[in-house]
Design a protein around this ligand. Structure first.
Ligand SMILES: [Zn+2]
Length: 549
């Protein structure tokens, strides 16, 4: 009676806020059927509810304190470097994933477009990496000899044309997003028909991309039909796709439909580094000088003296320059992708905003840290007191709903990489922005943004029909999936088995089994897998979606 085959369908940014009204209108027949014939409910995302930590939490059944992924970039605490510019990759994931565990059990897998799996994992089966894979020439397919075949079938990696293209031609941008989705689906169907699998997964990202840019235009009066219907069209498309995929299932297949986070409207962007600056927690290096340089898009960069002298044709002079003066600060043009943190005077800064939260500049963690551990709670307490008073300049209403302390939300050896302090803004209407917009704290930002409430639907022979799932979290999917297949749950997993969704007879015959922690796993060595050009392109894409500053 154990499940032999599992199909997981990911809807990036999928939310019941869109799905339920469309089901009522009869526009999503396959999702409606899944709801009626299985268990369904909200799925709480990771904190923060951002695509990489959310999908990695799904894949590992663990929180960021263990797998180490907190956002699109990883944090090194080397403040002299561009510490907010290291894109994460599959090599940044520090713990074992479902794919390793299922591979050990001999399960054949076919996995398509899961974010943060680039470079592709060496799995027992076929993997096509998702978001953050740079292009079709990169290592986005395993096994490697399948790459040419997949590219030849018309597959395009999950890249989002950047904001400049959006502003130039939104219509073209939309067409491109839908076309990439179409190509992915066609290739997926071909692979499903050709290669054996026990576990299949695909992630559709069109819902997330379109919701970011067209949320406010949904059914809005006076908006071009093409844009007003973009979000609805994305969901209708995904529903049709699900119909196609379900043809590859049988009675014995367990089907999970899930999203990594929900979606909702965004009204304002708030520059938390400016707030920290206004409150005196963050200082800048001579702000007046930088505001002038910034206007010219210039900043100071240390250039080797030798190179400057060579430039002026007097390179030989470098021999008589004292060893100590080997670099010289000169104004240079800034690239748009450079970190804004170069402005910070770290010797006088106790806190900075990054990764949807605030980090305390701790001695012994940050390389330029100044806050002693004995002062940590005092500094954080002062910031919290001031945060609670943060108000919307127009309505005068307080904007912080809830405050989360690092030690309460993150457990594990990598908890220190998470912010010391996080918060949720009122109704998620505000979006933290880490750029240094020193003119104003708030800027209008009428786009869509993420919510904590994702979704899940589970159906199959061993699942109760038409029941509502309560209290499910994204870390629960991996243990629940393993349990349905009759495998024990590794002790390292933080998630629980969603026992309420299983038929009583199944549970009676198969009580969940938990292993002790200590499963052997050698994480990959984290190396920088992106070259400069790839990094610049991906960052421009992410900036277009409002993910980076
Ligand atoms: Zn997402």
């Amino acid at each position: 009676m154990k499940t032999k085959k599992v199909m997981v369908i990911g809807i990036d940014g999928g939310t019941f806020a869109v799905i339920l009204p469309l089901i009522k209108k009869g526009k999503l027949p396959h999702l409606a059927k899944l709801i009626n014939t299985g268990a369904w409910g909200e799925l709480k995302s990771s904190i923060p509810p951002v695509t990489p930590p959310a999908w990695v939490s799904f894949m590992t059944g663990q929180g960021p304190g263990k797998h180490g992924i907190y956002n699109f970039t990883s944090h090194t605490f080397d403040l002299t470097q561009e510490f907010d510019r290291n894109l994460v990759s599959s090599k940044s994931i520090k713990t074992q994933t479902l794919w390793h565990i299922l591979g050990d059990q001999g399960k054949k897998m076919l996995l398509v477009n899961i974010p943060t799996t680039y470079p592709a994992f060496k799995i027992n089966g076929i993997m096509i990496s998702g978001l953050l894979a740079p292009d079709e020439s990169s290592d986005f397919v395993y096994p490697e000899d399948m790459k040419q075949k997949i590219v030849g079938m018309g597959y395009r990696v999950d890249r989002t044309p950047n904001i400049h293209e959006v502003l130039k031609n939104r219509k073209l941008w939309l067409e491109r997003i839908f076309d990439t989705d179409e190509r992915r689906h066609n290739v997926t169907l071909q692979l499903l028909g050709k290669y054996p699998w026990d576990v299949f997964m695909v992630v559709y990202s069109v819902t997330d991309r379109v919701s970011h840019l067209f949320w406010h235009e949904q059914n809005a009066p006076g908006v071009d039909e093409e844009f007003a219907s973009a979000v609805e069209r994305a969901y209708v498309r995904v529903d049709e796709r699900i119909g196609d995929l379900l043809k590859f299932t049988d009675e014995e297949t367990l089907v999970f439909v899930m999203s990594d986070h929900g979606f909702g409207p965004n009204e304002e962007s708030i520059s938390m580094n400016k707030w920290l600056y206004d409150e005196g927690f963050l200082r800048l290096k001579k702000p007046e000088c930088f505001s002038f340089l910034r206007r010219l898009k210039l900043h100071k960069k240390k250039i080797p003296v030798e190179r400057i002298l060579q430039r002026f044709g007097v390179g030989s002079l470098s021999r008589i320059i004292p060893q100590k003066i080997n670099t010289f600060p000169v104004p240079v043009l800034r690239g748009t992708n450079e970190s804004p943190f170069y402005l910070v005077d770290w010797q006088n800064t106790v806190a900075y905003a990054h990764n949807w939260g605030i980090y305390i500049n701790q001695k012994g963690r940050e390389n330029l840290g100044i806050v002693n551990s004995s002062d940590y709670h005092d500094v954080r307490g002062k910031i919290i007191t001031r945060l609670k008073e943060l108000r919307d300049p127009v309505s005068g209403k307080k904007i912080i709903d809830e405050i989360f302390l690092n030690e309460k939300i993150y457990q594990g050896p990598l908890a220190k990489y998470g912010p010391d302090l996080m918060y949720s803004f009122r109704d998620f209407l505000y979006l933290q922005n880490n750029a240094f917009h020193f003119k104003q704290l708030f800027t209008a930002n009428k786009e869509g943004s993420h919510r904590m409430e994702g979704l899940c639907m589970v159906s199959g022979k061993v699942i109760k029909k038409g029941i509502h799932i309560r209290g499910a979290e994204i870390i629960d999917i991996a243990p629940t999936l393993l349990h349905s297949m009759g495998y024990p749950i590794p002790g390292e997993m933080d998630g629980k088995v969603l026992t309420d969704i299983f038929e009583d007879t199944f549970l009676k015959d198969n009580p969940p089994e938990f292993e002790k922690a200590g499963r052997e796993y050698q994480a990959e060595v984290e190396t920088d897998v992106f070259n400069d050009e790839e990094r610049q392109k991906i960052m421009a894409d992410l900036r277009g979606l409002g993910y980076l500053d």
